[in-house]
Design a protein around this ligand. Structure first.
Ligand SMILES: Cc1cc2nc3c(=O)[nH]c(=O)nc-3n(C[C@H](O)[C@H](O)[C@H](O)COP(=O)(O)O)c2cc1C
Ligand SMILES: Nc1ncnc2c1ncn2[C@@H]1O[C@H](COP(=O)(O)OP(=O)(O)OP(=O)(O)O)[C@@H](O)[C@H]1O
Length: 161
């Protein structure tokens, strides 16, 4: 167990050089919900500092485009106390922000389509020394709790559309 600067306990390994261990999370984060908090809290527990890459709208091609603009999604993630820094993703080369942040561990979301082994291979090819791990999912804790942006939008359309 180590300790974050704010005193929160983490299960992160200590770095031998005493530098803060940097964890990296990423995603779209359109219309924040408790599933996002669960992911970011779990990712933060892997390090002393949590950085988040927020996907550019143009790069969200595997599901409907986000409703909120890039900058708004980045600013909302940055405002969460568990997050040390939120970065807008690069328009073309995903390794540009990764190189800048220089993470010790990349934490993938429970349902993200990225494959751990392919990312680890790509990182090694880029000469970036980072572990890759995956967070757990969070199920609703009570009736009607909304843990997906898509579900929030569906309910919004059903109730207000
Ligand atoms: C290591 C890593 C780096 C990424 N860097 C960027 C980036 O620079 N720009 C970007 O638009 N998306 C980037 N992405 C992609 C998105 O953040 C996100 O993974 C993808 O859109 C899936 O998002 P979702 O979980 O919200 O569905 C990166 C993903 C990974 C795994
Ligand atoms: N219920 C949840 N439990 C744990 N992690 C979650 C949950 N919902 C989203 N996440 C994680 O948050 C990150 C960003 O997710 P994303 O912005 O795609 O949210 P989403 O609500 O799943 O979106 P959509 O409903 O549009 O697919 C991803 O890593 C995703 O795995």
């Amino acid at each position: 167990m180590s300790e974050r600067e704010d005193g929160a306990a983490t299960d992160a390994d200590q770095r031998p050089d005493g530098e803060p261990r940097v964890a990296l999370a990423q995603g779209t984060f359109d219309i924040l919900h408790p599933g996002h908090l669960h992911y970011l809290q779990e990712a933060a527990a892997h390090g002393d500092e949590l950085h988040v890459i927020v996907a550019r709208r143009d790069n969200v091609t595997h599901k409907p485009k986000p409703v909120c603009p890039d900058r708004q999604r980045r600013d909302m993630v940055a405002a969460l106390s568990v997050v040390d820094e939120a970065h807008l993703g690069h328009p073309e080369d995903f390794f540009v922000p990764v190189r800048d942040i220089d993470p010790d561990v990349i934490v993938l979301g429970f349902d993200q389509h990225h494959d751990e082994a392919s990312i680890a291979d790509a990182l090694a090819a880029e000469g970036i020394d980072a572990e890759v791990t995956r967070a757990t999912g969070r199920d609703p804790g009570y009736d009607g709790e909304l843990l997906s942006t898509g579900d929030i939008i569906d309910r919004l359309i059903a109730q207000r559309g």
